[in-house]
Design a protein around this ligand. Structure first.
Ligand code: GLN
Length: 508
C-alpha cells in the first residue's frame, strides 16, 4: 500500500472516496486491520462489528458507483462510545449490569450516522456510566493511552479518544457531562467537541445526568469535528430538550478559520481557569497559543468568572443527584444482569439489591449514595438547592464574560495523562481533572479541545475554546485557525509525533 489509509483525516479520506482512489470497503478493512493489530494492547474497543461495518461499506460503494447523491462523510468509518444505544449491537455503558444487553433501537445520532452511510466499526470503552476521568472505572479493563501505554487515555470517553489517536478510527462519538469528550481529547492529542446543550439529540444515550449530558465528535482535525457535528446535530422531536432550530454553519466556520484570519475577534482568558494547579508545561503551551491567536489578529483580554471556583463543587452535587435517579432503572427486572440473593427469601427488593450490589462498580455506588443523600428531604435545600443556585451564578458569569469576549479560552485539563493507579484511590484528585471543563456543562455552552503541543514530559496538551450557546461555529473557527497555525510550526499534525505502537513487543 502506498499511502496508509488509516493516517488520513476523515475529510481527506472522504475526498479519496469521492474521487474513487479508495473504496469504503478498503478503508473499512484497513481500520479493522489496524484494530486487530493494536487493540489487544490498547483495549479501546469493547465490541468490534466487522461484518456490519463491511456490509455498510459495500452498500455505500455500490450507491456511489450507481451515481447516488451521498453526504460528505459517506463511507468514512466511525467508532461509537458504548453509552450510545445501537440496535443489534451490545451496549454496556462500561458496566457489568448491562453485560449481554442488546438494544432494540438506535439512538437518533446512530440513525443519522447510518442514514449518512458511515460504517460503524464498533463500540468503545469508557468509565462505567461515564463516571470518571481515566477510563479506569470501566468494568472491562483499562484503555491505554497510545502516547504511553502506562498512562490513562482520559475519561470517561478514553476508548473513543484512544481509538482516534491510534488510527483505529478516523472519527468517533463521545459524550460529555463534565468534560468526557474534551479531557480525553487533551491527553491523547485529539480534537474533542462538546456541542451546545440541546444541539445534538440525547435520545438513545444512556443518561448519566440529563441536564448536563451532551454527545459530540472525537476526531483528529477541527474540520472533521465540525463535519461530524453537522451530521449528528440538529433538532430531534424525540428529545424534549433538543433545540428546534437549524445548526449554525460549522464546517464553513472551520474552513474560514483555517484560512487564518481572526482580525477583530476578542478572546477572553478566564482568570479562574489557569495559573495555580496547572502543570508548568500546560501553562507554557497555553501562553504560547495565546501568542499564536494574537499573531492571527485576535485581541486577547482577561475576563473574570468568580463563581467558576465553585463549579466543581456544584457539579458533584447536581450530577450525582441526577445520576442516582437515572440509574434507578437498573433494577435487575428490565435490562441485563439479574442476581438472585445468595440466601434468604427471594423478593423483588432483595433481587434488586443483589443485582445492583454485584452489577455496579465502586464509583457508581459512591455517586448513587452521594446523589440520594443530596436529594433527601432533610438535606435537599442545603446541598442540591444550593448547588442549583451556584449553577445560576456560573451561567451569569458566562453571560457577563461573553459581553467582553467572543470566545473564552483556558487549558482543557490541568495536567497531561497520568499513570494508571495514580488517582484511583483519591476521588477528589480524580474529580479535579475536570475543573476547567465543568463550567461549560453547567451553563450548556459549547466547547472544543484542540491539541496545542507537548508538555515537558513529551505528552500532549489541549487548548479549550468556549463559545456562547448556539454559537458553536465560533469555536470551530478559532480552533481551526489555531490548529492550522500550530501545524505549520510542527510541520504536520501533532499525532505524527506520537510513538509507533510496536504491538509485537507488548503484552496486555
Ligand atoms: N469526569 C467527570 C465525571 O466523572 C465527567 C464525566 C463525563 O463528562 N461523563 O463526572
Amino acid at each position: 500500500m502506498t499511502t496508509d489509509i488509516t493516517r488520513l483525516s476523515a475529510s481527506e479520506l472522504a475526498a479519496s472516496l469521492a474521487d474513487g482512489t479508495v473504496s469504503s470497503v478498503e478503508a473499512t478493512q484497513a481500520h479493522l486491520d489496524r484494530i486487530a493489530e493494536v487493540d489487544g494492547d490498547l483495549n479501546a474497543f469493547l465490541h468490534v462489528s466487522a461484518e456490519e461495518a463491511l456490509a455498510t461499506a459495500a452498500d455505500v460503494d455500490a450507491r456511489r458507483s450507481a451515481g447516488d447523491e451521498l453526504g460528505p462523510l459517506a463511507g468514512v468509518p466511525i467508532a461509537i462510545k458504548d453509552v450510545v444505544v445501537t440496535k443489534g449491537l451490545p451496549t454496556t455503558a462500561g458496566s457489568k449490569i448491562l453485560e449481554g444487553w442488546i438494544p432494540p433501537y438506535d439512538a437518533t445520532l446512530v440513525e443519522r450516522i447510518k442514514a449518512a452511510g458511515l460504517p460503524i466499526l464498533g463500540k468503545t470503552n469508557m468509565d462505567e456510566f461515564a463516571m470518571g476521568s481515566s477510563t479506569e472505572h470501566s468494568a472491562y479493563g483499562n484503555t491505554r493511552n497510545p502516547w504511553d501505554l502506562d498512562r490513562i487515555p482520559g475519561g470517561s470517553g478514553g476508548g473513543s479518544a484512544a481509538a482516534v489517536a491510534a488510527f483505529e478510527a478516523p472519527l468517533a462519538i463521545g459524550t460529555d457531562t463534565g468534560g468526557s469528550i474534551r479531557q480525553p481529547g487533551a491527553v491523547t492529542g485529539t480534537v474533542g467537541a462538546k456541542p451546545t446543550y440541546g444541539g445534538v439529540s440525547r435520545y438513545g444515550l444512556i443518561a448519566m445526568a440529563s441536564s448536563l449530558d451532551q454527545a459530540g465528535p472525537v476526531t483528529r482535525t477541527v474540520l472533521d469535528a465540525a463535519l461530524l457535528h453537522e451530521l449528528i446535530g440538529g433538532h430531534d422531536p424525540r428529545d424534549s430538550t433538543s433545540i428546534p432550530e437549524a445548526l449554525p454553519r460549522l464546517a464553513d466556520a472551520a474552513r474560514l478559520g483555517a484560512a487564518g484570519d481572526l482580525k477583530g475577534l476578542r478572546v477572553g482568558v478566564v482568570k479562574e481557569l489557569s495559573g495555580e494547579g496547572y502543570q508548568e508545561g500546560v501553562s507554557a503551551r497555553f501562553a504560547e497559543s495565546l501568542d499564536t491567536l494574537r499573531a492571527l489578529g485576535a485581541e486577547v483580554v482577561e475576563v473574570s468568572c468568580p463563581h467558576f471556583t465553585y463549579a466543581l463543587d456544584a457539579y458533584y452535587l447536581i450530577m450525582p443527584a441526577e445520576a442516582s435517579s437515572n440509574l434507578a432503572k437498573f433494577d435487575g427486572m428490565r435490562f441485563g444482569l439479574r442476581v438472585q440473593p445468595s440466601e434468604g427469601p427471594v423478593t423483588a427488593e432483595r433481587v434488586m439489591a443483589a443485582t445492583r450490589g454485584t452489577g455496579f462498580g465502586d464509583e457508581v455506588k459512591r455517586r448513587v449514595i452521594l446523589g440520594t443523600y443530596a436529594l433527601s428531604a432533610g438535606y435537599y435545600d442545603a446541598y442540591y438547592g444550593s448547588a442549583q443556585k451556584v449553577r445560576t451564578l456560573v451561567q451569569r458569569d458566562f453571560a457577563a464574560a461573553f459581553d467582553q469576549a467572543d470566545v473564552l479560552v483556558s487549558p482543557t485539563a490541568p495536567t497531561t495523562a497520568f499513570k494508571f493507579g495514580e488517582k484511583l484511590d483519591d476521588p477528589l484528585a480524580m474529580y479535579l481533572n475536570d475543573v476547567a471543563t465543568i463550567p461549560a456543562n453547567l451553563a450548556g455552552v459549547p466547547g472544543v479541545s484542540v491539541p496545542n503541543g507537548l508538555s515537558d514530559d513529551g505528552l500532549p496538551v489541549g487548548f479549550q475554546i468556549l463559545a456562547p450557546a448556539k454559537a458553536d461555529d465560533r469555536m470551530y473557527r478559532v480552533g481551526a485557525a489555531l490548529e492550522a497555525s500550530l501545524e505549520k510550526t510542527w510541520g504536520g499534525p501533532l499525532l505524527a509525533q506520537a510513538p509507533e505502537l510496536k504491538t509485537t513487543e507488548l503484552t496486555r
